[in-house]
Design a binder for this molecule. Sequence first.
Ligand code: NAP
Length: 318
Amino acid sequence: MRAIVHDRYGSPDVLRLEEVERPVPGDDEVLVKVHATTVTRTDCHMRAASPFFWRFMLGLLRPRRRILGLEFSGVVETVGAAVTEFGPGDRVFGLRNGSHAEYVCVREAGLLAHMPAAVTFAEAAAVCDGMSQGLAGLRSGRVGQGTRLLVYGASGSCGTAAVQLAAYLGAHVTAVCNGKNAELVRSLGADEVIDYERDDFTKNGETYDVILDAVGKHSLLRARGSLVPRGLYVATDRLYNFPLAYLTKWIGKKKVVFDVTGYQRDDVLLLKELIEAGRYRAVIDRTYPLEDVVEATRYVESWQKTGNVVLTLNGAIR
Ligand SMILES: NC(=O)c1ccc[n+]([C@@H]2O[C@H](COP(=O)([O-])OP(=O)(O)OC[C@H]3O[C@@H](n4cnc5c(N)ncnc54)[C@H](OP(=O)(O)O)[C@@H]3O)[C@@H](O)[C@H]2O)c1
């Protein structure tokens, strides 16, 4: 099968298309023919081994896992003998390492679900990663009905997910993004939008119960004046937020929280329900064929993408 591989850490140019062996499903696994996948920020961190700690998980000198990719959608090709919920021909989506390939094997009990009706493969591939990150942030910020929430970086993958999920949970959402994305984030459920090029939310006198930095470009230090006295600053990036989360547990009233729970099967199932109920949708910026992965990755690394960047395979996006 065709797959995107890399044998060393580095710039997007280390990625290349190669013929590799097709995986064989175990008894409890499903073999999925992938129709769409994405380039996420996590793929970029892993490919570049940046920050350095990725090397402790992926291989100190070179990547042990040659194929990147986390999100996928596609059609079940074959199933293992013990699989009961899925059968050949089912349209499925989910999360699995190594999805920048024509086929992936996924455990039936893993991060896998039937595709919601009426979404395309591209849309189904572009929902799980940002949603997992966004939902984890909202949970750790204890966001619910009436929470005054500010989402910084509301137009990225994690940001567009967080805005939709927070609106679903009944929060009052203020979204901070570039003015060109204001209409988009409003359509996703933001009650108020602040254009960061025109206004600095830290200087407008408003306060929030929770500030979610969905893009890893703000800090508690700069934003603390915009939090209510026992407010929470939810981080999604920047290693210094780990010690800060620990320190602010004991010192000061305003806390940093940083969720590292990781992907949950129940979240993928919840997402399917939300999409079917019309409460969640994929935000796709650009779509590239798999073989243009280097160009797609460069675009993701420009920090200019809105929502998600999709790679398509097998010529099918519907
Ligand atoms: N995606 C995930 O699911 C995931 C998973 C694990 C970790 N993370 C972490 O979560 C963070 C966000 O990832 P992501 O994939 O959601 O990012 P992303 O989609 O690549 O973010 C792109 C967005 O960032 C906004 N942006 C760029 N510079 C900005 C700035 N200085 N101030 C405010 N907004 C700015 C841009 O918005 P405008 O065009 O409006 O400026 C653009 O829409 C990253 O730090 C990543 O490491 C994400």
